[in-house]
Design a protein around this ligand. Structure first.
Ligand code: 1CP
Length: 357
């Protein structure tokens, strides 16, 4: 299917009866309750994850389908979440392309990519050959999920992957990555295009294996001003999304620190925009227009509030999101490892108690 280049939002199709709330909300259809899931919901804040990690290193977890599926399902056993997200990492497909990466715990690239020659030498990703364990994990998770809980597949957005590949490790400013855009703009474009094509292949393979929605994480969007964002990051995202429309599943684009960039994505061919906590959802919905659903955006720190206070913060997010269909409740970024799982239980229950009008 060709991408809609006109920028005009397609009219939402009616949600079929029995469509899970998460998928209906992605399509801006009314739901009986507000769907909720938590970014990084499988991971270090769960004692059962830490127990498994004490025996198995992170990479082995991601490469062993039975274990990756088990970790994906762990939060679903505790909380009545409305979606699962594949347990993997944004760097996993790059390892499949032969880039040497270790986790400490964030990704560390042995030979950061800074030259044309390194970019030329990057192979294209063939998911069935290079990351078959991810596709197997998707199949196992689908078989193990409760009825009506869809599975989200994901990848890193090209610019966010570039940040790690060029810088070589997590960083506050990602200075080498940002200077790379200015010093070697053509090489940067080439790398972004290559990553876009690889992630399009990767996500299409996840959908073919059973993922029911696909999400791109632009965790470091906020490093860029609007001009550089439009020049570098956005065209690569458009390229991924255009290629993925044919997959026939909702497409989600999460932007961290994206408040200055909302208008830039208003005509992006994505169904849902994920929003960090620094933005007001009412304002974001106004800027995006009626053609997009939104996902977010409670501050992960709010899970440290007293129970009554947490409810107030949830109410504030729900009030800002408004009553129009097309809101998926989530945090504004990943849950912190020292969060109390009981706070997550209270959050999910409270969001569900509040019926959607
Ligand atoms: O020691 C450990 O157990 C490893 C910690 C860990 C985990 C649990 C890493 C290393 N990755 C993950 C899993 C992961 N990563 C998931 C699946 C869990 C889930 O969501 O339920 C997902 C979706 C990711 C995606 C990811 N990895 C992002 C995008 C989302 C975001 O939070 O912005 C990013 C930026 C990464 C890089 C990364 N990998 C690991 C860490 C600790 C980091 C962050 C490093 C940094 O701060 O720069």
């Amino acid at each position: 299917m060709a991408a809609d280049l006109s920028g005009a939002p397609a009219a939402p199709a009616a949600a079929a009866a029995g469509t899970p709330a998460f998928l209906a909300a992605c399509q801006r259809q009314p739901t009986s309750h507000r769907p909720v899931w938590i970014m990084r919901q499988a991971g270090r804040y769960l004692p059962e994850y830490r127990a498994l990690r004490a025996r198995v290193d992170f990479e082995a977890l991601t490469r062993t389908p039975e274990l990756a599926a088990e970790v994906t399902l762990q939060p679903l056993r505790r909380f009545p979440l409305d979606a699962a997200i594949l347990f993997s990492d944004i760097m996993t497909p790059l390892q499949g392309m032969g880039v040497e990466i270790t986790f400490a715990p964030g990704p560390v690239v042995r030979d950061p990519i800074r030259s044309e020659a390194q970019i030329e030498a990057l192979p294209q990703l063939v998911p069935q050959r290079d990351v078959p364990f991810v596709l197997k994990t998707v199949e196992l998770v689908r078989a193990g999920l409760p009825q009506g809980v869809p599975l989200i597949g994901f990848a890193g957005a090209p610019f966010t992957l570039l940040c790690y590949l060029v810088c070589g490790k997590p960083s506050k400013e990602f200075a080498p990555a940002r200077s790379f855009l200015y010093q070697q703009p053509q090489a940067a474009q080439r790398l972004l295009t290559h990553l876009a094509d690889a992630m399009a292949q990767y996500l299409a393979a996840q959908a073919a294996a059973g993922a029911q929605a696909l999400m791109l994480f632009e965790s470091w969007a906020g490093l860029l001003g609007p001009r550089e964002y439009r020049q570098f990051a956005l065209p690569a995202v458009r390229r991924v999304m255009a290629s993925l429309r044919a997959a026939g599943v909702p497409l989600i684009y999460y932007m961290n620190q994206g408040s200055a960039l909302t208008s830039a994505v208003a005509d992006l061919d994505a169904d849902v925009i994920g929003v960090d906590w620094r933005s007001d959802l009412a304002q974001v919905r106004k800027e995006l227009g009626a053609g997009k659903a939104v996902q977010g955006n409670l501050d992960p720190a709010a899970l440290f509030a007293a129970p009554q206070e947490l409810r107030r913060h949830v109410d504030a997010v729900l009030a800002a999101a408004g009553d129009a269909p097309g809101h998926i409740f989530n945090l504004g970024h990943g849950i912190w490892p020292d969060t109390d799982p009981d706070a997550v239980a209270r959050l999910v229950d409270y969001v569900h108690e509040r019926r959607q009008s």
